[in-house]
Ligand binder design. Structure first.
Ligand SMILES: [Fe+2]
Length: 286
């Protein structure tokens, strides 16, 4: 159980019986006797970028760092502008992806923080890219989302926007901002990362950075708690309830009724099906 071990000077030592393995996975130390040559652990390619450890689950020789999305905004965050969070969610990762690719849900699930009706009234523009999808909600002269509107007390209408870049299978970079027409607007930079854990659970990571009130500790706490509450007390229970209802059935086989706001999730699911089929075909010819 090297995964329960400790790393020191490039050697990972098994936490159970003390065998040591080098960076190639080869066993190089055995406190119980001769080093067994056949003892190896699987080696996966990994690289650290944007403060995140990226692991390539295919063969190390085929690893492509160029597929890592640009999350350089994370380096611009400061203790008073950035907050990261994690929630273990008992729902399939695609349900979690659907959640971010259809932000109209915020109008109903997060009325006190991220909703206001604008995302439902706006038509989401979905664009296919070489790597995934871009989605954008352009909301002119709209009711402010509370998280943006709190910066503009007294304004009943603002110009708002949300742009999402989806990198399959489960990484979403979001910019969301707004302001009175014709003025310098405020912006937020966000990432949501869905890492599957089996068919019905997801390691859900998120991080938010803002470019306004950058020295205001009280405001930072207020906004961070508002977002944490939206994700952990509203999204997570809804996603888990959805999974409970679906059980171990395949969503597509349930023939779900589609709404206009499902354009993003549907495009993403179709792209994933095609990518998975392509990957499996490539594996079968190797
Ligand atoms: Fe949400």
């Amino acid at each position: 159980m090297a995964s329960r071990g400790q790393v020191s000077a490039g050697v990972i030592t098994c936490g159970y019986h003390g065998l040591g393995f080098n960076e190639t996975g080869q066993c190089i130390a055995n406190p119980h006797g001769a080093v067994p040559r056949v003892a190896r652990v699987e080696r996966l390619a990994a690289v650290e970028r944007h403060g995140i450890l990226w692991v390539w689950l295919g063969t190390a020789e085929t690893a492509q760092c160029s597929l890592i999305p640009d999350l350089s905004f994370l380096a611009r965050g400061t203790p008073l502008t950035m907050r990261a969070g994690y929630m273990h969610t008992r729902a399939n990762y695609q349900l979690c992806v659907d959640n971010i690719l259809d932000l109209s849900h915020a109008d109903f699930l997060h009325p006190a923080s991220l909703g206001g009706g604008a995302a439902t009234r706006a038509r989401c523009k979905v664009t296919k890219t070489e790597t995934g999808l871009n989605l954008s909600w352009d909301m002119k002269n709209e009711v402010p989302l509370p998280v943006i509107g709190c910066e503009y007390p007294g304004y009943e209408r603002l110009d708002l926007w949300i742009d999402v870049i989806w990198t399959p299978p489960g990484i979403m970079y979001l910019e969301a901002g707004g302001g009175p027409p014709g003025t310098a607007a405020i912006n937020t930079f966000n990432v949501h990362i869905m890492m599957p854990e089996g068919a019905a659970a997801t390691h859900y990571f998120y991080c938010n950075v803002r470019n306004f009130r950058v020295d205001d500790a009280d405001f930072h706490e207020h906004v961070s708690e508002m977002l944490r509450d939206a994700f952990e007390s509203e999204d997570k229970p809804m996603l888990e309830a959805q999974q409970l209802r679906i059980g171990d059935r395949d969503v597509d086989q349930l023939k779900p009724m589609l709404l206009g706001s499902d354009a993003g999730p549907v495009a993403a699911r179709r792209m994933l099906v095609a990518r998975i089929a392509e990957e499996q075909a490539n594996q079968s010819v190797q």
